[in-house]
Design a protein around this ligand. Structure first.
Ligand code: IPE
Ligand code: IPE
Ligand code: MG
Length: 241
């Protein structure tokens, strides 16, 4: 079976999962940690090279202060709790997003996790936190503009490869499979550039209820897709123009 090299997930629906159970929203966010562990395990077992999960978007700063605080705290707790296990299982952890706005303790934990796992190569886990696809493209464009201003780069040298390499995931393959839980069929400012030819898979399941069986359904769907990247379908010579 064809396995994606890179799976990218928008983990959506924690709040609605909690509301459906008459629980406060934080309970939904807490319940959302288990499926993250499941996805990491599934990807590592099946030979997926990169798993990118969207945990906090640049627009999520607009949520009530209490919810933002809870998400920061939960992120810190989970990372501190899981780090040794991730490290021991050969998983490399990376974070993408604007770090300037994040609390210092969160940034310190990110840096520790990145340095503690930087030699691992079983699976790269990318956590998009404070991330926005537009921020990513603007940041890359700004770095190229600075290089031009400083004489290190000519504007004519800027092409897709050069800009793509400046993005947060510039050294990793583009996602092959995109999964979004929670019923919405939109990108919500996730990896705008990198998703250009990604296969998309949506489910109404709310993130805390997403399980290994459904993850397998997404992988099965991916295995059946015919990826053309703008080419024609591989065909018999009878179809030739
Ligand atoms: C996803 O769940 C988690 C984050 C965006 C941080 P939501 O909190 O968006 O849950 P819903 O979409 O309101 O149900
Ligand atoms: C996308 O979910 C961001 C994350 C899962 C981190 P949102 O709940 O923020 O997206 P919208 O607002 O429904 O588009
Ligand atoms: Mg949501």
């Amino acid at each position: 079976m064809r396995v994606p090299r890179h799976v990218a997930i928008i983990m959506d629906g924690n709040g609605r999962w909690a509301r459906a159970r008459a629980l406060p929203r934080p309970a939904g966010h807490r319940a959302g940690i288990k499926p993250v562990r499941m996805c990491i395990e599934q990807c590592a077992t099946r030979g997926v090279e990169v798993l990118t999960v969207f945990a906090f978007s640049s627009e999520n700063w607009k949520r009530p202060v209490a919810e933002v605080g809870l998400l920061m705290q939960l992120f810190l707790e989970s990372l501190d709790r899981e780090l040794e296990e991730l490290a021991g299982r050969g998983i490399r952890v990376r974070f993408i997003g604007a770090r300037e706005q994040l609390p210092a303790a969160v940034v310190a934990s990110m840096e520790l996790a990145e340095s503690r796992t930087c030699d691992n190569d079983k699976l790269t886990l990318v956590v998009a936190f404070g991330y926005g696809g537009r921020w990513d493209i603007v940041s890359a464009a700004r770095r190229l503009a600075i290089a031009c201003r400083d004489g290190a780069l000519a504007p004519e040298e800027i092409d897709e490869a050069r800009l793509g390499a400046e993005l947060a995931l510039g050294d990793l393959p583009d996602p092959d499979l995109f999964i979004r839980t929670g019923g919405e069929q939109r990108i919500s400012n996730f990896l705008l550039w990198n998703l250009a030819y990604t296969e998309l898979w949506f489910t109404d399941t709310l993130w805390p209820s997403f399980d290994a069986a459904e993850f397998q359904q997404a992988l099965d769907s991916y295995a059946e897709r015919e990826r053309r990247f703008g080419h024609t379908v591989p065909s018999s010579s009878a179809d030739a123009c």
